[in-house]
Design a protein around this ligand. Structure first.
Ligand code: FAD
Ligand code: MLT
Ligand code: ZN
Length: 480
């Protein structure tokens, strides 16, 4: 049985969109649109008047112009992996979701410039694979890369596992094309490494979470493929121990460290419990773990001896109590799986509250100690399961519901928990959202964190480009 549209588009708009996009580009049946109206975490259940799936920039621009002319709100969506409800429409049913999932062309790979030109709807994994097929490397890596799209990772300025060496998505984008809220196309595909001609508009679109326009194409910087790689999982006694180890590697060769990830004993235990095939390759569970990866474009670059020297010393001094080095690509994948399945394991463990925070590196141990005590005092039995990109100062200070607590009752405390952690983060000079963005989940935090001239400037920019407030309403900005 097929569902029915819960709200209809104005009929003139419906007809024009149907003529423009064809049957596979316009979905109005609720059985087809439902998946676009719920987020990965199932925190939000919105409704939409339709899902538009343009296949090109031109189609996207025309569709946006039509929606703009009819005053219809638009929600850009890529792989729909947002952790903050950024791509989910509200429940009014007025908005259309504009999905880039049919814009899937890898246009070109340039070996002289070390760049690739891709459509927004190419998944990050497909872009990585296309680069690898030409002996190159796209150095952005996140656990959701099989679903997340280039447009989505740029719109959220995604970080991930290689940020410590290569920076966030922002640092990797050399060019951008976007459809503005009125349907005009902003072509910034110049792909120049040097270009000081006025405002850096592409950087404005990156990280704007779809509130200023729809990214349709991008030029992404690549690297030569790594020819040497060493990966190790290390048992440490705490986040402070992990940081000391990070510093030991960086002192030897900062350029060699491409990833340095932290996992608490609690978060690793959830992976071992909930993910099939996961197993700890160490003699016994530890209070905490660090996953370190070194790489180089030069074969035989001495990475193995660098890894062995640093770990040898750390084992001798007791900084590391046990460690395992990957001896093959299969073993490397098995080590990375333990890290990459953290989000999925926590999802299976019940309701959770995510605090995607960053603080200066030296403040991480204090953050973990103080936030653990505060959360345990707030909700006895809460499972404190921090992990994340410790080399970037970015900890996912995630909390999982107590075993016996009702999931809804735990979720109802989300603001108490987020505020408790956020106040500690604020005192330590950090940010309440290091990489997931604000979305709709954290809009309420914006006035106290980014208030005054900062939020007012953001509002003015938003009003200048989108005076009707049609592009991704309800995201980033708290309701007036
Ligand atoms: P969506 O979820 O579809 O959208 C995200 C936001 O971008 C929304 O505001 C949406 O409106 C907007 N948007 C989407 N496409 C466009 C476009 N073409 N133009 C303009 N706006 C657009 N994030 C990290 O930074 N680091 C991580 O390590 C990380 N790990 C993750 C692991 C898992 C398992 C999951 C589920 C998520 C993770 N995320 C991480 C969060 C998420 O932000 C990223 O997966 C990714 O950046 C979102 O891409 P997407 O295509 O799914 O975007
Ligand atoms: C990750 O790094 O795996 C995700 O960003 C984290 C999360 O689940 O909070
Ligand atoms: Zn992350």
């Amino acid at each position: 049985m097929s569902g029915t549209p819960e709200t209809s588009l104005p009929s003139t708009l419906h007809q024009a969109l149907a003529a423009l996009l064809g049957p596979s580009g316009l979905l109005t049946d609720t059985t087809d649109t439902a998946a676009f109206c719920t987020d990965w975490r199932a925190l939000y259940h919105g409704r939409c008047a339709a899902v538009l799936r343009p296949a090109s920039t031109e189609e996207c621009a025309k569709a946006v112009a039509l929606c703009h002319a009819h005053g219809v709100p638009m929600v850009p969506q890529g792989g729909n992996t947002s952790m903050v409800g950024g791509a989910t429409p509200d429940d009014s049913g007025r908005a259309v979701v504009i999905s880039t999932t049919r814009m899937k062309r890898v246009h070109s790979i340039d070996h002289a410039d070390l760049t690739m030109t891709v459509d927004a709807g190419v998944t990050l994994k497909a872009a990585q694979d296309a680069a690898a097929a030409e002996g190159l490397f796209l150095p952005l890596s996140i656990s959701s890369e099989g679903s997340a799209d280039i447009g989505g990772v740029l719109a959220t300025n995604a970080g991930g596992n290689n940020t410590v060496r290569y920076g966030n998505a922002r640092e990797l984008a050399l060019g951008l094309e976007a459809v503005l809220p009125d349907g005009n196309v902003l072509n910034l595909m110049r792909r120049l490494r040097k270009d000081n001609t006025g405002y850096a508009l592409r950087q404005l679109l990156i990280g704007a979470e779809g509130t200023l326009g729809i990214i349709t194409r991008a030029v992404i910087q690549l690297q030569p493929a790594p020819r040497a790689r060493e990966t190790a999982l290390c048992a440490v006694d705490s986040a402070a121990g992990a940081l000391e180890l990070f510093s030991a590697f960086r002192k030897q060769d900062p350029a060699a460290v491409v990833a340095f990830e932290f996992m608490s004993g609690t978060s690793m235990a959830l992976v071992n419990r909930f993910i099939e095939g996961a197993g700890l390759p160490l003699s016994e569970p530890a209070p905490a773990y660090a996953l370190v990866e070194l790489s180089s474009p030069r074969a035989g670059d001495g990475l193995r001896s660098l890894m062995e020297d640093v770990l040898g010393e750390a084992l001798e001094s007791g900084l590391v109590s046990d460690a395992v080095l990957a001896e093959s690509e299969t073993q490397r994948n098995a080590l990375w799986m333990l890290r990459e399945e953290h989000a999925e394991a926590q999802k299976r463990a019940g309701a959770s509250v995510k605090n995607d925070v960053s603080v200066p590196l030296a403040a991480i141990p204090t953050l973990i100690t103080e936030a653990t005590a505060a959360c345990e005092a707030l909700i006895p039995g809460i499972r404190v399961a921090p992990f994340g990109h410790i080399g970037d100062g970015n900890i996912h200070f995630n909390l999982v519901q107590p075993e016996q607590m009702d999931a809804a009752a735990f979720s109802a405390r989300d603001h108490d928990i987020m505020d408790t952690v956020a106040e500690i983060v604020r005192r330590l000079g950090g940010s309440f959202s290091a990489e997931h963005g604000v979305g709709q989940l954290k809009t309420y935090m914006m006035p106290s964190w980014r208030g005054g001239a900062e939020l007012e400037s953001m509002r003015r920019i938003k009003n200048a480009l989108d005076p009707q407030g049609l592009m991704n309403p309800g995201k980033i900005f708290p309701a007036a």
